[in-house]
Write a protein that binds this ligand. Structure first.
Ligand SMILES: *[C@@H]1O[C@H](CO)[C@@H](O)[C@H](O)[C@H]1NC(C)=O
Ligand SMILES: *[C@@H]1O[C@H](CO)[C@@H](O)[C@H](O)[C@H]1NC(C)=O
Length: 167
């Protein structure tokens, strides 16, 4: 006759095996989900644009961000981290990336949004390169799954330009 301990152990092993199988299926099936997020950002105002005493340019913006990231959410999605970055070139660096805003989207119901916000983080250049500067706004996201690997992607929005003068 099997002891209670032996049977409990067999049940536990079975349960762990099933769980492992479910997790594997979860992360595989997630890869078949093709997401098609959309985003649009308008710079609705340049609130200020100055050269700081240390010589670095700094800009204050008002942004109108509308995005639909609902397709990133599957039953295996825990949450999505998003950030909006200004990206531009200078003579020193081919890519300068400045994060302006970020957020954590906890659920699909919150993944479609329109917000008007000033930049949460300073748009500062290491130097005074920003007058008349063309830049892109890129919405980056990291999908944190319940199980499996984290994935990341972005939408690049082109054609933004800063004013020629400080104000
Ligand atoms: C923000 O942009 C969206 C989409 O372009 C537009 O529908 C909305 O009216 C804008 N809101 C503001 C406050 O500018
Ligand atoms: C903006 O993005 C486009 C497309 O990815 C790229 O070709 C261009 O160089 C970028 N512009 C700037 C100013 O970074």
């Amino acid at each position: 006759m099997h002891s209670f301990g032996y049977r409990a152990n067999a049940v536990l092993t079975f349960a762990v095996t099933i769980l492992a199988v479910i997790c594997t299926i979860a992360s595989i099936s997630d890869n078949f989900n093709s997401a098609s997020p959309t985003a649009e950002v308008q710079v609705s105002n340049i609130n200020w644009f100055q050269k700081q005493p240390n010589g670095d340019d700094v800009v204050g913006l008002t942004l109108n961000i509308s995005a639909d990231l609902q397709s990133l959410f599957t039953w295996n999605t825990k949450q999505v981290f998003v950030f909006l970055a200004a990206e531009y070139e200078t003579q020193q660096n081919s890519l300068n990336q400045v994060s302006l805003w970020d957020g954590i989207i906890p659920a699909k119901e919150h993944a479609k949004f329109v917000i008007q916000t000033t930049n949460k983080y300073h748009f500062t250049d290491q130097g005074s390169n920003l007058r008349g500067k063309e830049f892109n706004l890129t919405l980056h996201w990291h999908v944190m799954p319940k199980t499996g690997k984290m994935s990341a992607d972005k939408i690049v929005m082109t054609g933004y330009r800063l004013p020629d003068r400080y104000r």
